[in-house]
Design a protein around this ligand. Structure first.
Ligand SMILES: *Cc1c(COP(=O)(O)O)cnc(C)c1O
Length: 394
C-alpha cells in the first residue's frame, strides 16, 4: 500500500459480515485475563500479549500505533499522551547519569527545557549543536554520547538537517539518532529510511489535524519499542486516552490529502510574503531562497505547511497582526485546518529555552533577526489568507 491508502487501511480489522467499517473506541481500562497468560509486573510483558490494562496497551491505541508505524516504514509504534511525553519518555529511557546527549541547539522549546533543566539534574550532559553543520556534530561526539536528538525541520525557524549524515555520525560513535518529524509528517519525510533509529511526532499537530486532541508517538524497531513501553509508558505513565487515539485515527485518514493542500497553500502564501515590502525574509523549504532548498528536495516529498518569516520592528508588527487579522488566528500550535500565526522573540527563547550564547546566539539571530513569525498555513482558500495578510500588514 502507498501512504494515501495506508492512512486509511493499514492494520484495519478483519473484514467479516457485521464488523464496523470505522474503528471503535475501546474505553475499557481493564480486560478479561487468563491467570496463566500474564503476571502483574511489566517485566512479565512479552510479545503480542492480549489487552490487560489500558496504561499497558489498548486496542484503539494499538490500531493508531500500528498505522503510524506503517506510515513511517517502522516495525512498531508507541503512543503517548502528548508529544512532550513521547520525547521525554524516549530520553529518560535511552539516557542515564554519565551519558551525553547531542541536542539540536534550536528545537521545540519544551524539549530544550526538559533537556537543559531536567535531564542535567539527573546527571546527563548535553551539547546543544547546530545539527545543520555535520562537522560540528562530529566534533561534539564523545565516547559516552548515547543519543543525537534532531528536529527536521526545526520548530520554529524551519532549519533542516541531513538525516542520513547525522545517522552515520551517531552510528559510527555507538550512539542512536532520534528525529522529531512533527513538522514534516510521514508525507514529507520518513526518517527511518534515512537511517534514524527513532521517529517522534507530536500527534497534536498534523496527524490529528483538527486541533482537538493531544497525543504523541515514537516509532522504531519492535524490540526497542517493547523496552520503551515498559519504562517510558507503563512506569512513567503518560498513556494516550483511547478517545484521543480515536480522534487522531480519524484525522490520520485525511493526512495525505490535507498535507497536499497545506503544501500548496503554504507555497502561495510564502511566495506572496517574500514579495511584500514589510517582510525581510521568508523560510519555507520549498522556496529556492531557503538556504537548504537542495537538501529539502532530497529529503522531503512534501514541503509541508509551515512558513516562518522575519520582519523589521517585529514586536510592533506582532501586535498589529494579532489585532488586525480576521481569518488567520494569532495562537500557538500548528498543523490544524485553521491558519495559526505566532511571534517568538529571539532573546526570550534563547534565554528561557535554548541557552544560546556568543557565536551560537549570533547564528540564531542571523537566521531570524529579532524574532520569528511562525505561520501554520491552513486549509482556507489561499486567496482569502493573502487578502487577510494584506489588509493586516497595511
Ligand atoms: C508541539 C510539538 C511538540 C510537543 O508536542 P505536544 O503534543 O504539545 O506535547 C514536540 N515537538 C514539536 C516539533 C512540536 O511542534
Amino acid at each position: 500500500m502507498r501512504p494515501a491508502t495506508q492512512s486509511i487501511h493499514a492494520a484495519a480489522p478483519e473484514r467479516r459480515p457485521g464488523a464496523p467499517l470505522t474503528p471503535s473506541v475501546v474505553a475499557a481500562t481493564s480486560f478479561h485475563t487468563d491467570p496463566d497468560a500474564i503476571g502483574f509486573s511489566a517485566a512479565d510483558l512479552e510479545g503480542e500479549a492480549p489487552p490487560f490494562y489500558t496504561r499497558w496497551g489498548n486496542p484503539t491505541v494499538a490500531l493508531l500505533e500500528q498505522r503510524l508505524a506503517t506510515l513511517e516504514g517502522g516495525e512498531a509504534g508507541l503512543a503517548f499522551a502528548s508529544g512532550m511525553a513521547a520525547a521525554s519518555g524516549l530520553m529518560l529511557h535511552r539516557l542515564a547519569a554519565g551519558s551525553h546527549l547531542i541536542l539540536s541547539d534550536v528545537c521545540y522549546a519544551g524539549v530544550a527545557e526538559f533537556a537543559h533543566d531536567t535531564l542535567r539534574r539527573y546527571g546527563v550532559s548535553i551539547s546543544a549543536v547546530d545539527l545543520s553543520d555535520l562537522d560540528a556534530v562530529a566534533a561534539a561526539m564523545r565516547p559516552e554520547t548515547r543519543l543525537i536528538h534532531a528536529e527536521v525541520p526545526v520548530n520554529p525557524i524551519l532549519r533542516l538537517a541531513d538525516i542520513s549524515g547525522l545517522a552515520d555520525i551517531a552510528h559510527r560513535g555507538g550512539a542512536e539518532l532520534s528525529v522529531d518529524s512533527t513538522m514534516a509528517t510521514p508525507m514529507a519525510t520518513r526518517p527511518l529510511e534515512f537511517g534514524a533509529d527513532w521517529v517522534i511526532h507530536s500527534l497534536t499537530k498534523y496527524a490529528c489535524g483538527h486541533g482537538d486532541a493531544l497525543g504523541g508517538v515514537v516509532v522504531g524497531r519492535s524490540t526497542a519499542i517493547a523496552g520503551l513501553r515498559k519504562e517510558a509508558l507503563i512506569h512513567a505513565g503518560a498513556a494516550l486516552s483511547p478517545f484521543a487515539a480515536w480522534l487522531i485515527l480519524r484525522g490520520l485518514e485525511t493526512l495525505p490529502a490535507r498535507m497536499a493542500v497545506h503544501e500548496r497553500h503554504a507555497g502561495e502564501v510564502a511566495r506572496w510574503l517574500e514579495a511584500h515590502p514589510r517582510i525581510r525574509r521568508v523560510y519555507w523549504p520549498g522556496l529556492p531562497s531557503h538556504p537548504q532548498h537542495d537538501l529539502a528536495k532530497r529529503q522531503m516529498r512534501n514541503f509541508s505547511g509551515m512558513v516562518s518569516f522575519v520582519a523589521d520592528d517585529d514586536k510592533a508588527l506582532a501586535r498589529q497582526l494579532a489585532a488586525q487579522l480576521r481569518i488567520v488566528t494569532y495562537a500557538v500550535s500548528l498543523g490544524k485546518t485553521q491558519s495559526l500565526l505566532f511571534h517568538i522573540p529571539a532573546d526570550d527563547i534563547m534565554r528561557s529555552s535554548f541557552h544560546l550564547e556568543d557565536a551560537a546566539a549570533q547564528r540564531y539571530r542571523d537566521w531570524t533577526g529579532a524574532g520569528t513569525f511562525r505561520f501554520s498555513v491552513g486549509l482556507e482558500d489561499p486567496a482569502d489568507l493573502i487578502a487577510d495578510l494584506e489588509q493586516a500588514l497595511s
